[in-house]
Design a protein around this ligand. Structure first.
Ligand code: PSU
Ligand code: MN
Length: 303
């Protein structure tokens, strides 16, 4: 019970061709049905259109798969028994023969273990707003501190404490490169209001950072490429703030905590904005898939 690579992904890795890892939690728990399956296929198509092989990661019947075929993708998108698997869950879920979707944390860990260097997602997990009481901080952060992979995302979800999350990213030694920006994006909104130290202008510049990190051999942490949506494609910030306030109240009222928080808040956004946040979420992921493929292609060309 190790990790099984699809033939396509194994061949691409062997040949040194660009590969982009994709997570399955956004499919199983982050996006509503029935759109989720269509969107999962669109994300893969976007990676291919930009010159890389997509490697969606997930668990089917206890087997950890890198590169899901259409039946596995369909099962993770439509079954009611898909667990949300962080790194600590992978072994127990495999032994139990479970179906599961991998988060940013577990997708990064598996991707790096098989030699994939670039990963596209929507938004990173982080420090929750009440973390000083609940200690709720995503394992995405601590995993990236020990996992050498480039994660292309639109910052962290705006439902989190963004300032605290940036502090933790600094403490954990995870580099952040703003893509054509020196402001940290806020997922649904293009600008979280926080400044960044570093920004890059092209996929080739990200590849140069990856190469420098390898050359120095000084640290094994991940790098976040923070790719904001253009401002005219973001969710209206006023609508965003209103829906977020309602959503946080809903969590408190319904007593939702732990790993249920992120899916519940995303679902609340999608229904309360009548699909506007869903459209924004999809644009974010496609946008990141495109950039990740270009970065992987640049990195493969340098090697
Ligand atoms: N980005 C999205 N939608 C999502 C997530 C990220 O656009 O659903 C998922 C990722 O899998 C991330 C997880 O790792 O939310 C964070 O969950 P938690 O806060 O429970 O660690
Ligand atoms: Mn959590």
């Amino acid at each position: 019970m190790g990790i099984r690579l699809s033939e396509e992904v194994a061949e691409a890795l062997d040949a040194g061709r660009p590969v982009v890892a994709l997570e399955s939690t956004i499919i199983s728990h982050g996006l509503p049905r029935p759109d989720n399956l269509r969107i999962a296929r669109e994300i893969e198509a976007r990676v291919r259109a930009n010159g890389a092989t997509p490697a969606t990661i997930g668990m089917v019947g206890g087997e950890l798969l890198v590169g899901l075929d259409d039946s596995a993708l369909t099962r993770l998108a439509t079954s009611d028994n898909v667990l949300k698997l962080s790194v600590r869950d992978l072994a127990a879920a495999a032994a139990a023969g479970a179906d599961g979707a991998t988060t940013v944390a577990s997708t990064s860990a598996v991707a790096a273990a098989v030699g994939i260097g670039v990963f596209a997602t929507g938004g990173l997990g982080g420090v929750h707003r009440d973390a000083n009481q609940t200690f709720d901080e995503s394992a995405d952060l601590t995993t990236l501190a020990r996992t050498p992979i480039v994660v292309v995302c639109a910052g962290v979800k705006s439902i989190l404490d963004v300032g605290a999350t940036l502090e933790r990213l600094e403490t954990l030694g995870i580099g952040i490169l703003g893509y054509r920006t020196k402001r940290f994006p806020g997922f649904f909104i293009s600008d979280s209001g926080f400044d960044l130290d570093w920004s890059v202008q092209s996929p080739a510049e990200v590849a140069a950072v990856m190469r420098a990190q390898d050359g120095q051999g000084l640290h094994e942490a991940g790098i976040v490429v923070a790719n904001p949506l253009p401002a005219d494609e973001q969710l209206d910030p006023a609508l965003h703030d209103r829906v977020l306030t309602q959503g946080l109240a809903m969590l408190a009222r319904e007593g939702i905590t732990g790993k249920g928080v992120t899916p519940a808040l995303l679902a609340h956004f999608h229904s309360a904005t009548e699909g506007q946040s869903l459209a924004v979420n999809v644009r974010i992921i496609l946008h990141n898939a495109e950039l990740a493929a270009q970065i992987a292609a640049s990195a493969a060309a340098i090697e």
